[in-house]
Design a protein around this ligand. Structure first.
Ligand SMILES: NC(=O)c1ccc[n+]([C@@H]2O[C@H](COP(=O)([O-])OP(=O)(O)OC[C@H]3O[C@@H](n4cnc5c(N)ncnc54)[C@H](OP(=O)(O)O)[C@@H]3O)[C@@H](O)[C@H]2O)c1
Length: 225
């Protein structure tokens, strides 16, 4: 399976790409700029030269066309434009949405959430792509890029997963749990992303307050499997 990260040159996408590639996935870094994507791939290959992995760089459009499973990691302000640019290539694929509507999108605080009329960023993605047969799954919202970057340390955070298609969620959970330390929790329908996304600005606020970059969450007391 080829995993294409749309907006994969940023903090979240690139660190997710590193983790998934090391875990054995064939990863594509997508960008608006082919040159930028290729440069980032070169940087990752130099940085992680002790690992053997497969990673390519492409434009977002080519990445979406080539990828079997897509992960969207762009800021809220770029969400609609980016999705429209790949809309023709998403039919029958799974798209993991990691977008969090932070107030930074309008010049505000990273510790505040912006309420969207669709309910959540993941539901906004589903609405923008409603004329396609893509299956949108919300995940990765609460896992900080710093934890992802801290290779080879295991991730000390659960991954809350929401989506309307159970088979798609199963594929996503199996993929994500290849990253050491992450335990996925199926939270239910995509609308659960309304609550999950709001945890992220809370964690960012805690990171600021306690001078950390690694704040995460673990759900306890339930059999997660
Ligand atoms: N950072 C985290 O720890 C974290 C954790 C959980 C969730 N998230 C969520 O994941 C998403 C990505 O976060 P990030 O920190 O990786 O963001 P980022 O570094 O600011 O941006 C990611 C990529 O999006 C593209 N992009 C940026 N602005 C754009 C614009 N105006 N139009 C089109 N493309 C644009 C850029 O790629 P190109 O220039 O190469 O096209 C950029 O490298 C956000 O929604 C964020 O809330 C982040």
């Amino acid at each position: 399976m080829k995993v294409a990260i749309i907006g994969g040159t940023g903090a979240q996408g690139l660190n997710l790409a590193k983790r998934l590639a090391i875990a054995g996935e064939d990863v594509i870094i997508g960008s608006r700029s082919l040159e930028k994507a290729l440069t980032k791939v070169d940087e990752v290959k130099k940085l992680l030269n002790e690992y053997d992995f497969q990673m390519d760089g492409m434009t977002n459009e080519d990445a979406a066309r080539t990828g079997d499973l897509l992960i969207l990691t762009v800021p809220l302000t770029a969400q609609k434009e980016t999705l429209l640019s790949i809309r023709d290539y998403v039919d029958d694929k799974i798209l993991i949405d990691a977008t969090v509507p932070l107030e930074t999108a309008i010049g505000g605080s990273p510790a505040r959430y912006i309420d969207l009329m669709e309910g959540s960023a993941a539901e906004r993605t589903a609405k923008i792509l409603r004329k396609t047969s893509v299956k949108v799954v919300s995940a990765f919202n609460n896992i900080s890029n710093s934890q992802l970057e801290n290779i080879p340390e295991p991730i000390d955070c659960d991954c809350l997963v929401s989506g309307d298609d159970n088979d798609a969620k199963r594929v996503v959970i199996d993929l994500i749990e290849k990253i050491p330390g992450i335990v996925c929790i199926d939270c239910g329908k995509l609308e659960k992303a309304r609550m999950v996304e709001k945890i992220t600005p809370l964690l960012i606020g805690l990171n600021i307050k306690y001078k950390s970059h690694y704040g995460g969450l673990r759900i306890t007391g339930i059999d997660k499997k």
